[in-house]
Design a binder for this molecule. Structure first.
Ligand SMILES: [Ca+2]
Ligand SMILES: [Ca+2]
Ligand SMILES: [Ca+2]
Length: 315
């Protein structure tokens, strides 16, 4: 109302409900300026939103590790607000992250239009329950180098998705002496999470080497009886594992006049054998002694007959 110009009217339309604060300014015909602060409430009595959204999270998530870094884990969460309906959520770490081995807490927040924030958490556990995979060695047959067998070295290997260096243990140590024959060795691989697997392989030791045989030189002996002469001799054999020697005619037995070939065989416990031979020659270089009544010489006298026989007096 102006005393000169009378009533002044104006209009402003507020599109949305709410409470508005403003300043009204008027200028009359003579240039007088009047301002007035005002507050206008539109739409009646609007209740304020003081309730945070409700977050829905999955139960705790457990995943198998797929590598040393853990596992990629995805999850679904949602939030609804009684005023705003569905509202966006923020997750830390976000779904699809790589989660390390162990348990990680995921924090979810949701904020409604009025600024009310809800927070919820759940856990993601990444575990390694898979045992290492073992590759066993493929060993040839080791040659025995002593009565106990042979020292054999070996190495298995193991790989694991998570543990780069699973530990290996053996039922018999690499480098130890294995007996002749086949011995099964069990290998156990254990990862850092305590998962273990076992496998086995064979260690085979054999004696395939024949003894080394040394035979005597050819023997010569003088006959000591009509049957010939006893002749002694000895062959020798060496073998890493051990050998026995056998003769076609035993040492010390009586060999007939003439030449006899003696075959010697050295055999080890594995049945490997070496054969050699030598000769035993028994000679009769002494003329026979004739005893009889046709000699008449005194005792001790030897007389040689025309046929070369020697007679020795008995009387
Ligand atoms: Ca709300
Ligand atoms: Ca594993
Ligand atoms: Ca042998």
């Amino acid at each position: 109302m102006d005393e000169t110009t009378g009533a002044i009217t104006g209009q402003h339309t507020y599109a949305n409900a709410g409470t508005y604060h403003g300043t009204l300014g008027l200028t009359d015909a003579t240039g007088n300026i009047v301002t007035q602060d005002f507050t206008v409430t539109v739409g009646g009595n609007t209740p304020s939103d003081t309730t945070a959204p409700v977050i829905t999270v999955s139960a705790s998530v457990t995943a198998e590790a797929t590598g040393p870094a853990g596992a990629t884990v995805s999850f679904t969460v949602s939030a609804t607000d009684e005023t705003d309906g569905a509202v966006a959520t923020n997750a830390s770490p976000v779904s699809g992250s790589t989660f390390a081995l162990g348990t990680t807490t995921v924090t979810i927040t949701a904020t409604d239009a009025a600024g009310n924030t809800a927070t919820s958490t759940f856990s993601v556990t990444v575990q390694d329950t898979t045992a290492p995979a073992i590759t066993v060695p493929s060993l040839g047959t080791a040659e025995a180098n002593g009565p106990g067998g042979a020292s054999v070295t070996f190495a298995a290997s193991a790989i694991d998705l998570v543990d780069g260096h699973p530990s290996l243990s053996y039922s018999a140590a690499s480098g130890s002496v294995f007996r002749i024959g086949t011995t099964a060795v069990t290998v156990t691989a254990t990862d850092a999470s305590g998962n273990s697997s076992t496998s086995s392989f064979n260690v085979t030791v054999a004696d395939t080497t024949a003894p080394v045989l040394t035979v005597p030189a050819n023997q010569t002996a003088e006959a000591t009886s009509a049957a010939g002469a006893p002749v002694t001799f000895a062959a020798s054999a060496t073998d890493a594992v051990g050998a026995t020697v056998a003769y076609s005619k035993a040492p010390g037995s009586v060999f007939p006049v003439g030449t006899t070939t003696v075959t010697v065989t050295a055999t080890d416990a594995a049945g490997n054998s070496t054969t050699g031979s030598f000769t035993v020659t028994v000679k009769d270089t002494t003329a026979p002694i004739i005893t009889g009544a046709r000699c008449h010489h005194r005792r001790g006298h030897q007389c040689r007959r025309r046929n070369g026989h020697v007679c020795r007096h008995r009387h």
